[in-house]
Ligand binder design. Structure first.
Ligand SMILES: Cc1cc2nc3c(=O)[nH]c(=O)nc-3n(C[C@H](O)[C@H](O)[C@H](O)COP(=O)(O)O)c2cc1C
Length: 221
C-alpha cells in the first residue's frame, strides 16, 4: 500500500486531511482506491475508486490526481479549502499574465526564503505541471519571464565564483519545469562593492531595453 499526504505543504498541526491511496493491477488495467481521512480523529471523509487502462503510469497518475483534486475540493470545508486559496490566487495571476517579472536578491548563493515560499505555492500538480507519457510537462506556456537579481559580488559563468551561483540555475530549472521556458536574467552584480553604481546602471539599462522591446511588441499587435 502506498500512502500519500493530500496537503504536502504544512505541518502536522495544520494538516487536517490525509489522502491514502492504494493500487491494484489486473492485466492491462489498474484500480486506484483513494480515501480521505480526517487527521484529528482518523474518521473517514470520502473515498472513491478509479479504474484506468495502464498505458503509462505517469498518465494514470495525472488523470487520477486531477479527478481526486476536483472531487476532494467539493468535499472540503471552507476552512480546508482556504489552505489552497493562496496557491489558487497566485497561480491565477500567472495564468493571466503575458510577462512575469521576478525580483530576487541573492541570499547565501541562492534565493530568499520568501521567493521559495512563492514557488512552493505555484508549482502544483495538475495546475502548473502535469505528467504525460514523456514525464513531467509544464502547463504554463507562451509567457515571457524576466528575472532581475541583485548580488553583493559577481558570479560570471566560467569563473571560480560562478560555480557558487545556485540562484540562476535553480530558478531556470523550476521555471522551465512549469512550462516557463522564455526566461531572461538581468543581474545587478557587485552591489556590495565600490563599483556598485556602475553595475546597477548597466542592469537598469538592460531593463529599459526590455521595456522598450515589450512596448514595441504591444504596438505591433
Ligand atoms: C542574508 C543575506 C545573504 C546574502 N548572501 C549573498 C551571497 O551569497 N552572495 C552575494 O553575492 N551577496 C549576498 N548578499 C548580498 C545581497 O545579495 C545584496 O546586498 C543584494 O543587493 C541585496 O538586495 P536587497 O537589499 O534587495 O535585499 C546577501 C545579503 C543578505 C542580507
Amino acid at each position: 500500500m502506498k500512502v500519500a499526504r493530500a496537503a504536502a505543504a504544512g505541518t502536522d498541526r495544520q494538516l487536517t486531511g490525509q489522502m491514502r491511496l492504494s493500487a491494484r493491477r489486473e492485466g492491462g488495467c489498474v484500480r486506484i482506491t483513494a480515501q480521505l481521512i480526517q487527521v484529528r480523529d482518523q474518521s473517514h471523509l470520502w473515498a472513491a475508486e478509479y479504474d484506468r487502462e495502464l498505458r503509462s503510469v505517469l498518465e494514470v497518475q495525472t488523470q487520477v490526481a486531477s479527478a481526486i483534486g476536483s472531487e476532494v475540493r467539493l468535499k472540503l470545508t471552507p476552512a480546508q479549502r482556504s489552505y489552497l486559496s493562496t496557491s489558487d490566487e497566485l497561480i491565477g495571476e500567472l495564468q493571466a499574465a503575458d510577462t512575469i517579472v521576478i525580483g530576487a536578491p541573492m541570499y547565501n548563493f541562492s534565493i530568499p526564503s520568501s521567493l521559495k515560499a512563492w514557488i512552493d505555492q505555484i508549482v502544483r500538480l495538475g495546475k502548473t505541471v502535469g505528467y504525460g507519457p514523456n514525464g513531467p510537462q509544464g502547463l504554463l506556456a507562451r509567457k515571457k519571464v524576466v528575472v532581475i537579481t541583485s548580488r553583493g559580488a559577481a558570479y560570471e559563468k566560467g569563473t571560480a565564483r560562478g560555480a557558487f551561483d545556485f540562484q540562476e540555475p535553480y530558478l531556470l530549472h523550476i521555471l522551465t519545469f512549469i512550462g516557463l521556458t522564455d526566461v531572461t536574467f538581468i543581474h545587478a552584480e557587485n552591489q556590495g562593492r565600490e563599483e556598485a553604481e556602475v553595475f546597477f546602471s548597466a542592469a537598469a539599462e538592460r531593463i529599459g531595453g526590455i521595456v522598450i522591446d515589450q512596448d514595441q511588441q504591444v504596438v505591433a499587435h
